[in-house]
Design a protein around this ligand. Structure first.
Ligand code: ZN
Ligand code: ZN
Length: 119
């Protein structure tokens, strides 16, 4: 594969953000990953941060899942109730609200079950 920016040069790696090939002139190091120099450095750094955060979160316990359960649960109930109450007037749009509400309630349930693992 060749560099996306220099078709005549062979790529040494991929930008983590856009997955394009980068030659040694174009690759910028952002954390452990490569990024398009001057273009996606910020994005890749942000992705790295996000990844780190996810790893930290995975190590956390019950309390966070409980907090998520309450958050998703209450927002889910709001959406579901709103969708149900507007069903007569909004039709399809209300169904969308209902579905979002149910998806949130589903997420709440998943978080709740996850939180039980830590007891
Ligand atoms: Zn290049
Ligand atoms: Zn890029």
């Amino acid at each position: 594969m060749n560099c996306y920016y220099h078709q005549d040069k062979s790529a040494v790696g991929l930008c983590k953000y856009c997955q394009r090939g980068l030659c040694s002139d174009c690759d910028a190091h952002a954390g452990d990953s490569l990024a398009c120099k001057g273009l996606h450095e910020e994005q890749v750094r942000a992705m790295e941060l996000l990844l780190e955060k996810n790893i930290l979160q995975a190590k956390r316990v019950g309390m966070d899942y409980m907090r998520n359960t309450i958050f998703y649960g209450s927002v889910g109930i709001l959406f579901t109730a709103f969708g149900a109450s507007q069903l007569k007037w909004l039709g399809v749009q209300a169904v969308v609200y209902l579905l979002i509400g149910l998806a949130l309630l589903w997420a709440a349930l998943a978080n709740y079950l996850e939180s039980r693992k830590y007891k």
